[in-house]
Design a protein around this ligand. Structure first.
Ligand SMILES: [Zn+2]
Length: 169
């Protein structure tokens, strides 16, 4: 059997002659084969290094436990069920809606004509008002930004409420 590569000595020992963190972690993880034999001699004699290995082992066990818990949580996560979009119902609704507008065509034409008139006649009026109000607009800018912030907040809240959430039982 081929023996695995040993750690270089400068990685095994600290400058004070104790085991390095790398060596302690290796022992805690059961990788003793990569350490020189005298590292274990030191471990048997030095309380500080024995404590370090114990701590590394506890940390390793904690990590394994956490990983195991995460894996279990991922495994028990409910699978999302997809409800197919009701294409036929949507198409039927569109057709019915279109048909229902036909009797109102005359009204629609009148409405478009009136809207166009209001747009054509009203736009210069509105533009003139805006142009005359613009020099005073600076005083309301803080209010506008406050209103925009409130609007953003409302949008965020509604998104948060409408977003689907995963419930783990
Ligand atoms: Zn030591």
């Amino acid at each position: 059997m081929k023996s695995p590569v040993e750690l270089p000595l400068e990685l095994v020992w600290t400058s004070e002659g104790h085991l390095s963190d790398v060596a302690m972690t290796a022992i805690a993880d059961g990788e003793e084969a990569i350490l020189p034999r005298d590292a274990f001699g030191h471990l048997g004699l030095c309380d500080a290094c024995a404590l370090g290995v114990e701590r590394a082992a506890a940390l390793s066990a904690d990590v394994n436990l956490a990983l195991g818990a995460a894996a279990t949580a991922a495994a028990t996560e409910p699978t999302k069920s997809h409800i197919a979009f009701p294409y036929w119902a949507a198409m039927l609704a569109t057709v019915v809606g279109t048909l229902a507008t036909f009797p109102n065509f005359g009204v629609l034409k009148a409405w478009i004509a009136r809207t166009w008139w209001a747009f054509r006649e009203g736009t210069p009026l509105v533009t003139r008002h805006v142009a005359s109000a613009l020099p005073h607009a600076w005083s309301v800018l803080p209010l506008l930004s406050l209103a925009a912030a409130m609007l953003l907040l409302l949008a965020g809240l509604s998104v948060a409420r409408l977003a689907p959430r995963v419930t783990v039982r």
